[in-house]
Design a protein around this ligand. Structure first.
Ligand code: SAM
Ligand code: SF4
Length: 470
């Protein structure tokens, strides 16, 4: 979470206003002995989880809770968890271990999110001091669940998965002052053999376009300038209302809202990625020139075993669509190494695909067996040290590609949304429209939140440096 930014409270009902916290105001922590209930919320995992936490915080603040920045200051301690890989799940249990043997001082300890959904009531046996377990489809019931605990109930859970509803809240407590996340689709109907998401987040549910556009209008009125549309498979969006906007039509509608300077979206699934999305980006500068299109593997054999529903060639056809755009669009990806049965030749196929596509960035992971997934019992597991070797080789290749790609930008001018002022004098940083991090020098003042042109002077493997063009 971007906890170095001011937290803002956004109220989404028609007749209420956004209440931003004044920048100079000290954090609102209850004094010792304060009777107002308070909560501490730590988030693990992806942007969907970050945004769910913003909504959970909003729901609790709307019910009179105060958010505090340490478990010690809170009456309710919540962990919004991730279970996508084993390591993420272990981290949560080690956090919970800190409250073992009554060290919680009588506080309510709750586990939210994917691990809660995956492990359910088993969390109570593994960590008996936990009193609340709640998956993402049940967050709207959180205040009632907490009320039951405060009324003396020992344990409560919300593990509904089949809800038709999306998690919309009247109040969202936002953690970034300029970029706002907007969920447009929840859950996932794909069945990738390695992935717990369909199990932990349930069936795919899209929000109506009206509701999405209303939220973006409110955000624009509250001076947010960058919108990031979220979904596990964001481009599988299907407008459930009579308007029946396609995903690309929705992008265009969001981009035309006055005050919005940048629109991003993540994560796209290659199967549902079409030329209309590229045309929309090409025609509309507000749509950022960046597409995150996870490939997972460059081998047809592995893609089939993963049940990814596309071949290497079909994936490369989508890349060709993006490369044919009139604007340069950066492409980033996710890759898994060491899926059961992955041979050296399969892995070489992934490296050659990376060479072909020239990704601007890649998240890469060692395959991690997950409960309730078809891959769990697949034959021919890859030893951990071999997975480690492949991951290191892949990351080195990507480092070289990124260095080349970033060096090629030296001498160009990019527009930067300034997000931070460094402690060093005249040093600032932010993101370009293609989502690259860039640090730059400028003698100008009060740049945070502004969009400024920056001339790139150096390209490293992970970031750019430059100078403000005044
Ligand atoms: N919905 C997105 C898609 O289809 O690409 C990805 C969502 S997932 C939260 C993010 C990434 O985690 C995936 O793209 C995949 O690379 C990785 N991932 C998911 N399950 C994994 C597993 N069991 N082991 C290793 N990596 C995994
Ligand atoms: Fe998981 Fe596949 Fe759905 Fe992405 S598309 S969330 S990887 S099942």
């Amino acid at each position: 979470m971007a906890d170095s930014f001011d937290v803002r409270l956004e109220v989404l009902t028609a007749d209420t206003q956004l209440v931003p916290r004044a920048k100079e105001e000290p954090p609102e922590f209850p004094s010792a002995g304060s009777s107002q209930p308070s909560f501490f919320l730590e988030t693990f995992g992806c942007q969907m989880n970050d945004h769910d936490s913003e909504k959970v915080a909003g729901v609790l603040v709307g019910r009179g809770y105060r958010q505090v920045d340490s478990p010690a200051a809170a009456s309710v301690i919540l962990y919004n968890t991730c279970s996508i890989r084993e390591k993420a799940a272990q981290k949560v249990f080690s956090r919970l271990g800190e409250f073992k043997d009554g060290q919680d001082g009588g506080k309510i300890i709750g586990v939210l999110g994917c691990l809660a959904q995956q492990e359910g009531q088993r969390i109570f046996s593994r960590a008996p001091w936990v009193s609340l377990v709640c998956g993402s489809a049940s967050y709207r019931n959180l205040p009632e669940l907490l009320a039951e605990l405060e009324a003396g109930k020992r344990r409560v859970s919300g593990l509904d998965k089949d809800t038709e509803e999306t998690f919309e809240t009247e109040v969202t407590r936002r953690d970034h002052p300029f970029r706002a996340y907007v969920t447009i689709i929840e859950g996932c109907d794909k069945t990738c053999a390695y992935c717990v998401v369909p199990y932990t987040r349930g069936r795919e549910r899209s929000r109506t376009s009206d509701s999405i556009l209303r939220e973006v209008h409110k955000l624009a009125d509250a001076d947010y300038t960058e919108i990031q549309l979220l979904g596990q498979t964001v481009n599988s969006y299907r407008d459930p209302s009579d308007r029946k906007l396609s995903f690309s039509e929705l992008l265009l509608r969001v981009a035309e809202i006055r005050g919005i300077r940048r629109v991003r979206f993540t994560t796209s699934h290659p199967r549902d990625f079409g030329a209309d999305i590229v045309q929309a980006i090409d025609s509309t500068p507000v749509l950022c020139d960046h597409v995150h299109l996870p490939v997972q593997s460059g081998s047809d054999r592995v893609l089939r075993a993963m049940q990814r529903t596309y071949t290497r060639e079909e994936y490369l056809d989508k890349i060709a669509l993006i490369r044919a755009a009139q604007r340069h669009i950066d492409i980033t990806t996710d890759i898994i190494v060491g899926f059961p049965g992955e041979t050296d030749a399969d892995f070489e196929g992934t490296l050659s695909l990376m060479e072909q596509v020239q990704y601007a960035g890649a998240f890469s992971f060692k395959y991690s067996p997950r409960p309730n997934t078809p891959a769990l019992h697949m034959a021919d597991p890859i030893p951990e040290d071999e997975k480690g070797r492949r991951l290191a080789a892949l990351q080195e290749k990507q480092r070289q590609i990124q260095s080349r790609c970033n060096e090629s930008l030296v001498g160009t001018t990019v527009e930067v949304l300034v997000e931070r002022q460094s402690r060093q004098e005249n040093q600032w940083s932010g993101h370009s429209t293609s989502n690259r991090v860039i640090s730059f020098t400028s003698s100008a003042e009060a740049l945070v939140g502004k969009y400024v042109p920056v001339s790139v002077t150096h390209g490293g493997p992970n970031s750019l440096t430059g100078e403000h063009v005044i």
